[in-house]
Write a protein that binds this ligand. Structure first.
Ligand SMILES: [Zn+2]
Length: 226
């Protein structure tokens, strides 16, 4: 049962993570008059293509484009931990924002994931599962495929796919990485459409996948039939 506060908090380790994993869904929430907040825990300064605050500045441009509020912490890239300090920091944001829905990384404990993503996910779930305001916690799609990622909730982002591609392009300093190609993001979103709807409905459509960690969301969520 929804508490009706229509507020989202998405927490990711690096400035481009939300664009890759759930930008279409964040845009959809924003269009449906949710208050959407994205917290990036680092400036992504350890990337071999990063120069100064470039990556944060790119993320700020994307936030303006989509219409969500971007909050920045400059913890040490590559050194994020799931410890008391990080959990307390995220708790502080949850108490301030009072989100109904919390989105974070899928923890790729297989070794294929980034250690910052795994530790962010653990700290976020630790903090969010104890917050009474949080009805739902969602893991978003990992940027690199992990066969352990088995989604149980899909969002139709067809109307926002062009915006997602534009947002990925705006993270230009990371543009040399294969997973940052907008066409790869579109192919993945079409693949998830096929997984969600193995019929003609998926033709020409794009979906983002999630794992619901807490709560129950179904495909009627955005129609108000929840
Ligand atoms: Zn990342």
């Amino acid at each position: 049962m929804s508490n009706g506060n229509r507020t989202i908090l998405a927490v990711f380790a690096h400035p481009d993570d939300d664009a890759l994993s759930c930008l279409g869904t964040l845009a959809k929430f924003t269009n449906e008059n949710y208050q959407v907040h994205v917290l990036t825990l680092t400036a992504g300064e350890k990337s071999n293509t990063a120069i100064g605050r470039t990556r944060l500045s790119e993320a700020e441009t994307v936030a303006q484009l989509v219409g969500y509020s971007l909050m920045e912490q400059e913890l040490s890239d590559g050194h994020l931990r799931c410890d008391l300090e990080t959990v307390s920091l995220i708790e502080k944001y949850i108490q301030q924002i009072r989100p109904q829905i919390v989105i974070t990384h899928y923890p790729q404990n297989s070794g294929y994931g980034h250690q910052d993503h795994d530790n962010t996910a653990s700290a976020v779930v630790n903090a969010a599962r104890r917050a009474s305001c949080v009805d739902w916690i969602l893991y978003a799609e990992p940027p690199v495929q992990d066969w352990g990622f088995l989604p149980n909730f899909y969002v139709d982002i067809t109307d926002h796919m062009d915006l997602k591609k534009q947002a990925i392009r705006l993270h230009a300093s990371e543009g040399s990485k294969a997973y940052m190609l907008p066409d790869i993001a579109a192919m993945r979103a079409q693949w998830w459409a096929l997984q969600n709807h193995p019929d003609n409905f998926c033709a020409g459509r794009y979906f983002e996948p999630f794992i619901v960690v807490k709560g129950v969301l179904d495909r009627n969520f955005f129609t108000g039939i929840e």
